[in-house]
Design a protein around this ligand. Structure first.
Ligand code: F6P
Length: 325
C-alpha cells in the first residue's frame, strides 16, 4: 500500500486531531503517503482532499475539533454513493482508508470495505456510546468540560440556595450524564437507559435531602430524555420550583461541551488507536475497528462490533444513587 486516506465523520470530538496526526505520522514511518478527506464521507463524494504530511500535522495535537473538518452525510447510507466513494478514492490513488467517528460512521466504513476499499474505523465521539469499545476519543475531555461548567453553576446556586437543572449531551446515551453527575455531586441523574419517576426520583429526593440540611441541588439530565420523552430542562425546572418552592434555573450546556483542548487521556488513546489503524491497513486488514479494552488497544471485525450491545454500568449507577443523599 502506497497511499492511504483519513477522514473524520459525524460530530467532532476533542482528540480527533491527535488521531489524524498519529495516522499521518505512522503512515510516514511506514513509507506511505496520506490524503486527508475533508468533511468526512461528503468529501469522498465531492473529491475534497488535502495532502497531509509529517510536518503539516504539527501543532494540532492540542487542538479541539478536527482540522480536516467533519460532516454528517446521510446520503452515504445509499450503496450507490458508497460505490462512488470507492471509485473516487481509487481514482485519487487512495488504497486504504481510516475513518474516525461514531457508529454511524462505522457502517460507512463497513460498506466501503465490502465494496473493495480496505477501511479501518476508530471510535471518535464524546458520547462513549459505541458498544465494542470501553472508550471513545473525546469522552474524557468532554467530561472534564462538563465538570468545570457545572462546578461554576454550583458556585452560584450554592450562594442563592437554588436548584439547577442541567442538560448534558447524549442524544441516545447517558454515559456522559452519569459520569459527570457523579463528578459534580448531583442530587438526581436522569438518563435514557434507566426508567425514572419524577415525583420519586427528583422531587422526592430533593425534599428528602433538604430535610437533612442540604440547600442547593444539581439535577443532571441527558439530552436523550428530551429527545425520547419530550421533557425539557425548563419544564423540569418549573415543576421542581412549583412543587418544592425552591428557586430553580435550567441550563443547556450545548455545544460548549464538545470543544476544547483534548485531555491527556484523549491525546494518548487517539495516538495509540491511530497508530494501530495504520498498522492494520499496512498488514492488509480491512473492515476492522480499533478499540480500547482495559489497557489494551485491540481490533474487531466491524460487523461483529456493530452487533454488540452496550449496557449502562449498573454498579456505577447504583453508586451514584447511594452517595447522592
Ligand atoms: O457527537 C455526538 C453529539 O454531540 C451528541 O451528544 C449530540 O446529541 C449530537 O452530537 C449533536 O449533534 P449536532 O452537532 O449535529 O447538533
Amino acid at each position: 500500500m502506497k497511499k492511504i486516506g483519513v477522514l473524520t465523520s459525524g460530530g467532532d470530538s476533542p482528540g480527533m486531531n491527535a488521531a489524524v496526526r498519529a495516522v499521518v505520522r505512522t503512515a510516514c514511518y511506514l513509507g506511505m503517503e496520506v490524503v486527508g478527506v475533508r468533511y468526512g464521507y461528503k468529501g469522498l463524494l465531492e473529491n475534497d482532499y488535502i495532502e497531509l504530511n509529517m510536518r503539516n500535522v504539527c501543532d494540532i495535537i492540542h487542538r479541539g475539533g478536527t482540522k480536516i473538518y467533519s460532516a454528517r452525510c446521510v446520503g452515504f447510507r445509499e450503496m450507490e454513493n458508497v460505490r462512488k466513494g470507492v471509485q473516487n478514492a481509487k481514482e485519487h490513488g487512495i488504497e486504504g482508508l481510516v475513518v474516525i467517528g461514531g457508529d454511524g460512521s462505522f457502517r460507512g466504513a463497513r460498506d466501503l470495505s465490502n465494496e473493495g476499499l480496505p477501511t479501518i474505523a476508530m471510535p471518535g465521539t464524546i458520547d462513549n456510546d459505541i458498544v465494542c469499545t470501553d472508550y471513545t476519543i473525546g469522552f474524557d475531555t468532554c467530561l472534564n468540560t462538563i465538570q468545570e461548567l457545572v462546578d461554576r453553576l454550583r458556585d452560584t446556586i450554592e450562594s442563592h440556595s437554588r436548584c439547577s437543572v442541567v442538560e448534558v449531551m447524549g442524544a441516545r446515551a447517558g454515559y456522559l450524564t452519569l459520569n459527570a453527575g457523579i463528578a459534580v455531586g448531583a442530587t438526581a441523574i436522569l438518563i435514557p437507559e434507566i426508567p425514572y419517576d419524577i415525583e420519586k426520583d427528583v422531587i422526592g429526593k430533593i425534599l428528602r435531602t433538604r430535610a437533612t440540611g442540604k440547600h442547593h441541588f444539581i439535577i443532571m439530565m441527558a439530552e436523550g430524555i428530551r429527545f425520547r420523552d419530550g421533557l425539557t430542562v425548563d419544564q423540569l425546572a418549573k415543576r421542581i420550583q412549583d412543587e418544592t418552592g425552591i428557586e430553580t434555573r435550567a441550563t443547556v450546556l450545548g455545544h460548549m461541551q464538545r470543544g476544547g483542548s483534548p485531555s491527556v487521556r484523549d491525546r494518548v488513546k487517539a495516538s495509540q488507536m491511530g497508530n494501530k489503524a495504520v498498522h492494520l491497513l499496512y498488514e492488509g486488514s480491512s473492515n476492522r475497528v480499533v478499540v480500547s479494552k482495559g489497557e489494551e488497544i485491540i481490533d474487531y471485525d466491524i460487523n461483529e462490533a456493530l452487533e454488540m450491545k452496550k449496557t449502562i454500568d449498573m454498579d456505577l449507577y447504583n453508586c451514584a444513587m447511594e452517595i447522592s443523599l
